[in-house]
Design a protein around this ligand. Structure first.
Ligand code: SOE
Length: 382
């Protein structure tokens, strides 16, 4: 049977453009399906650089204007891997052109922008996905399967951290390539929308909706030179954020993120405590799931560390032999695997833009609560 091509038009070719492009090749090699991913075209403003990227990653053609890329009739999926301020307009244009759409996280800079994007894909009835890649690490999927089996019993607590240390230097400028994450106009927020968004997405997936939040944020370095204007400008992003919350299932949540935790590079951890079982995961050791099962014989009871790399663990049978672990990049390949499965079934792509909107609503509530110093209700997706 000839495979159905899924011709990708990628917008943006930095860090995420590379992570996605790597997955486009891997998915065809390791997860054969009725579809074939075709790296059709890549778009970026710098013609020389975009051509170099296309050569390196096997794209058949290039564009320097994203509107032209979206208008092309040889593209099936528009993949948005640009800074956050561009997601809204690119997604809405792609939906209007009837394309399937993948979009980097966070879906948008605010719930309001994300609502318009959800409306556009619903109206156009186009399949859509947000790249919340950590959902697709095998150990995280194993946690999801255990939680969904009901083995934890009643859930009491969910806690998550995302700690980094790369913005401690006050001389680090804001804005422009690589540093747009420090520019509030482009990013929308700081660690809340960039790092905690990952923790929130996983939490909503594993433990259900969040009802309300109480938060605090801090900006440790108040002014930085802006790369585009050359002037010293006020820093508008949150450098650190702490919040606690009530989940709809009655459990309590505790979340922390910062880019000022000296020594931590990308320490994303979560833990869930249920009546019968607790689970723990850590991005620095991403192939392991820590499990405590209270039903184990009492003298032998304790935390066990499961090396999630066996043939029957999620996705692992498609890769190497048991025991050889997978890493960060594989989570992107698995995101596409899930999208293709949903395409084959004709429904159920996740995380969808509606899921991305749910996370953006939590981010909005966290930032609002930090401002007003009050408990704030989280808007729910309709
Ligand atoms: C920020 O440093 C960052 O690159 C995030 O933007 C990514 O989403 C996260 O996966 C790693 O850290």
């Amino acid at each position: 049977m000839p495979k159905k091509p899924l011709r990708i038009g990628l917008i943006g070719y930095s860090f995420m453009g590379r992570a996605h492009s790597n997955a486009f090749h891997q998915v065809n090699h390791f997860f054969p399906s009725s579809y074939e991913i075709v790296p059709q075209a890549v778009c970026g403003r710098d013609e020389a650089k975009v051509k170099e990227f296309a050569d390196k990653w096997g794209y058949h053609s290039t564009e320097t204007d994203w509107k032209k890329l979206i208008a092309r009739d040889d593209i099936d999926i528009i993949d948005v891997a640009t800074p956050n301020n561009l997601h809204h307009d690119q997604v809405i244009a792609a939906a209007k052109a009837g394309k399937m759409i993948w979009c980097e996280k966070p879906l948008a800079r605010s719930g309001k922008e994300a609502e318009e994007m959800v409306k556009a894909v619903r109206k156009a009835k186009v399949p859509n996905m947000v790249w919340y890649n950590y959902r697709r690490c095998p150990a995280v999927v194993l946690a999801k399967n255990i939680i969904d089996s009901g083995k934890l019993g009643r859930v009491f607590h969910y806690r998550a951290n995302f700690l980094q240390d790369w913005t401690i230097n006050p001389e680090l400028p804001q804005g422009g390539t690589g540093l747009w994450r420090l520019d509030v106009k482009v990013a929308g927020s700081g660690v809340t929308g960039d790092l905690l968004a990952h923790c929130i997405d996983t939490a909503l997936w594993l433990n259900g909706g969040i009802k309300d939040v109480s938060a605090m944020t801090e900006t440790f370095v108040k002014e930085r030179k802006h790369n585009l204007t050359g002037k010293t400008e006020k820093v508008g992003i949150d450098d650190a954020c702490l919040f606690h919350c009530h989940f709809n299932n009655g459990s309590l949540g505790l979340f922390e993120s910062t880019r000022y935790a000296r020594g931590h590079k990308a320490l994303y951890t979560f833990e869930i405590n249920g009546e019968h079982m607790s689970l723990k995961w850590d991005l620095h050791d991403l192939h392991r799931l820590q499990i405590f099962d209270h039903s184990d014989e009492s003298q032998e009871r304790g935390w066990k560390s499961v090396h999630v790399s066996d043939g029957d663990h999620p996705y692992c049978g498609n890769w190497w032999v048991p025991g050889l672990q997978l890493g960060y990049e594989h989570s992107f390949t698995h995101a596409i695997v899930e999208f293709i499965k949903a395409l084959e079934a004709g429904k159920g792509w996740t995380p969808s833009f509606a899921d991305g909107l749910a996370t953006d609503y939590v981010v909005d509530a966290v930032l609002a609560s930090a401002k007003t110093k009050k408990w704030t209700k989280v808007k729910q997706v309709k």
